[in-house]
Design a protein around this ligand. Structure first.
Ligand code: HEM
Ligand code: HEM
Length: 157
């Protein structure tokens, strides 16, 4: 049995996109000062791609519910469930930051207001970072599990 084509395509596309989103968040976005001239653009790309990926994951979840019963069991299935949960929590914590610091007006509407000097102090930042870290660990466990189980790979390619 293979997963439906739509689910496989979205899975591998999002798998590829999550790596730069996580690495870019930790190593590029976070160290960039709020006064950096490129910060607004960097945040805009990060937020827009994040929302797009979450939208794709929701579609994939729908495809899985309707056309593909989860095949994995035990730890692998719980890791998959936790991955879905984290993917939903990323924009929830992201939008908490957006609304608490009015980032939509600053980043998308470009109203000319400065970004908060310390973005890591705004509401939601801690949970966004903590969820990203959990997601990173889950992805590592998920990849190790997939490498061990050939039949799982065949279902997904
Ligand atoms: C697919 C989902 C996403 C992933 C994997 C992701 C990942 C990350 C990571 C790893 C960081 C750095 C965390 C840290 O400082 O410890 C970050 C920062 C941030 N993210 Fe996301 N993110 C996602 C979606 C979003 C969305 C949808 C929004 C807003 C709508 C958002 C807004 C932000 C903001 C405002 C920061 C703070 C930037 C800074 O500290 O300079 N993210 N993100
Ligand atoms: C290079 C990285 C990745 C590899 C090698 C990989 C591999 C696989 C494989 C082989 C399966 C089939 C498992 C089975 O049927 O037992 C699978 C399913 C799944 N993967 Fe990944 N994966 C990767 C990245 C990701 C990422 C980044 C996410 C989410 C953030 C993710 C979420 C899922 C989910 C939720 C399933 C269950 C099927 C579904 O609902 O789409 N994977 N993965």
């Amino acid at each position: 049995m293979r997963y439906p084509l739509a689910l496989r395509v979205i899975h591998w596309f999002t798998a590829l996109m999550f790596v730069p989103m996580l690495a870019g968040g930790y190593f590029w976005l976070r160290p960039m000062a709020s006064t950096d001239p490129f910060k607004l653009d960097a945040l805009m790309y990060h937020m827009a791609i994040g929302v797009f990926l979450v939208g794709l994951t929701v579609i994939r979840f729908g495809v899985r519910r309707v056309w593909a019963k989860p095949v994995a069991a035990g730890l692998a299935l719980w890791v998959q469930r936790a991955l879905y949960l984290c993917v939903v929590l990323m924009p929830v914590s992201g939008f908490t930051m957006v609304f608490s610091a009015r980032l939509n007006d600053i980043v998308f509407a470009r109203n000319g207001a400065p970004l908060p000097a310390d973005l890591s102090a705004i509401t939601g930042h801690f949970w966004h970072g903590a969820t990203a870290l959990t997601l990173t660990l889950l992805i590592a466990v998920h990849i190790l599990g997939a490498l061990k189980d050939r039949s799982a790979f065949k279902r997904m390619i």
